[in-house]
Design a protein around this ligand. Sequence first.
Ligand code: ZN
Ligand code: ZN
Ligand code: FE
Length: 759
Amino acid sequence: MQGVGFRPHVWQLAQRTAVAGSVRNDLNGVTISAFGQAPALDAFVRGLKDGAPRLARIDMIEIEDIASETLPTDFRILQSDGMGSGTGIQPDAATCSDCLCEIADPTDRRFGYAFANCTQCGPRFSIIRHVPYDRDATTMSDFDMCDACREEYENPGDRRFHAQPIACPACGPQLWFEALGQRLDGVDPIVHAAECLKAGQILAIKGLGGFQIAVDACNESAIAELRRKKRRPDKPFALMARDLAQLQEYCTISKEEAALIEMPAAPILLLEAKPGGLAANIAPHQDRLGFMLPNSPLHHLLMARLEHPVVLTSGNISDDPQEIDNTRAVTRLQELVDGFLTHDRTIENRVDDSVLRLDRPGPTVLRRARGLAPASVHCAFVSETAPKVLAMGGELKNTFCLLNGPDAIVSQHIGDLKNATVFADYKATLRQFLSLYDFRPDIVAVDRHPQYLSSGYGRRLADEFGADLVEVQHHHAHLASCLGEHAGAGEPGDEVLAIVLDGTGWGPDKTVWGGEILKGNFSRYERIGGLIPVRLPGGDAAAREPWRNLMAQLHASFGVEMMKEVKPGELRTLLEGKQSAVLEKMLTDGVNSPLTSSAGRFFDAVAAALRICFDSQSFEGQAAMQLECLATPFLAEEEGYEIEIENGTWLSFGTLWRSLLSDLEKQQSPGRIAARVHLGFIDGLARVLENLGGEKDRTVVLSGGVFQNALLLDGLSSRCSERGLHVLTQSKVPPNDGGLALGQALVALAKAQRNKPSR
Ligand code: ZN
Ligand code: ZN
Ligand code: FE
């Protein structure tokens, strides 16, 4: 990979081990010719991996003997030739410790400089315009290197050798503070911004991949003001802490979690909150806080001047894409903020903050963006000569994927395509990727949903490129996404079991799927069980309004007499308020009420029964997240509700609802009820797997958006492991629809190869 300091690492290693030869980047990665005594060569090969730079990722080393008549006398870094398209596109990386020392050292020429970077850190993807990745191909081409920087840039022994974004205060980007359309002169922008934040002001800050909005995390009224202006009443805000020590005042963090939050990607990590300390309206009804550490010198310098963490959220208006352009940001965000801490380095590619959580099976990526995208997911089982596949992704939490041989390049999180500005951004970003990676698809993969905007656009692109169009069932794609991450797990063609718990997706039987037990591989699947379908009254409206799903569940369990089962009380009054002839017709005759097996909607129904977001949720997943949080303290001491299993593999909830309503009548605490539902649900699925003869070593895939629920993920994966099943969960791309495109690409390829076996 180019731009991670690998060639200088090889050069320095060659000097240390007295090996002669050369190193260059080419189409296949890095090719090294090395000549020396056998022990020296052994040490050299060992050092390639052991001392590799922190941004390098070595998928494979192949070694072969070279016959040569003339032996080289020194070791050289050669010009790259025929660079593989895209091999130079690295994710952005948080400031390294060497650069941090420099900006804190008053004798260093980069003291206090907000844009210091080196081969090991700094902007990459966010500034690249085209390939090959060198200075002129990035937005740093706006700045001419000074002599001092050029010397570092050209010296293979320097830690800034070929660091394309190299900069210093004399030649690089400049920072300023502006308010009310005026640039403030004569103030240190960082000092001034820190004072504004301390005074409770809301600021826009131009980060690595887009504008962010910052406010003091201890100032409840300032945060309330931001919520009001951003029209974001409940959705949790992310936070930035100065360092690990400050973060520990507010959250519990394990060693493994510390390692994740300190990775070069510097993601937002969801951590168990300690009581008190920060404003209560940062993450209402949540037991976790999403924290990140500074990811650029700008953030480090600012945080060093503040006593508290800050709320740091995307700089956008409601659901629009994050702002990246100076002029547009000032126009669009001025209603929201009191001032701008901004600069003149252009952001070419928008890339929002990534979100991770450490679960029992490993890290779960909830949003894959800054620091992670567009690093490829290596699918070793795909051959170099395989047809190229462009997969268009889903509708919500969209990402798309370019499958280029074994490298699956999954885009950064784009967002919800129903927002027109996001859809425009999706099309532009997709075009940008096709050009960056010089990618011409042979196959375009789309979701089967007839109304997904991504599917419609995919059909147009397939026409444009003369590519084959392959429709992929939504939950088959979730299965394949998880299987693909694990390099196909086992022999190609082996079938696995999959539990796909999801919001909703298009089913081939014209119903809405979302709680499926599948058996399959990349090229085929079969639905062998799941949640017994119930009505989805009002279609999409049911995803926003949990009460609709409660009605549907009660109707499915008890029929038209359902209200008799709900004892007089608050819930009964609420439900009667919603009862109408129209609704009854919807439930009985299925008018505008498709059948659905969605696990997401089942949990929405449970939330509504506990009066959580009964009327509506203000963001996707709100009800489920609150329910999960409520259940957590009671898991260890509770037992699950009984769930009936029909025909060995189909979950039915009549008994569960009867027990739940009876617990409500007994005024049992909502937390205990929530725990009993979670535990019963896990138990029901585990029993289905047993019924399927879950013999040892059988592989089970867990995917779908509902696995963002850590209780379900941890509980079900433990249960499966205890039974000797081989459990695969997602850790490289999200289990939600952010991981869909990877699965679509792999399914489409497998189908194409099955249809044309003689390649
Ligand atoms: Zn650095
Ligand atoms: Zn310079
Ligand atoms: Fe999905």
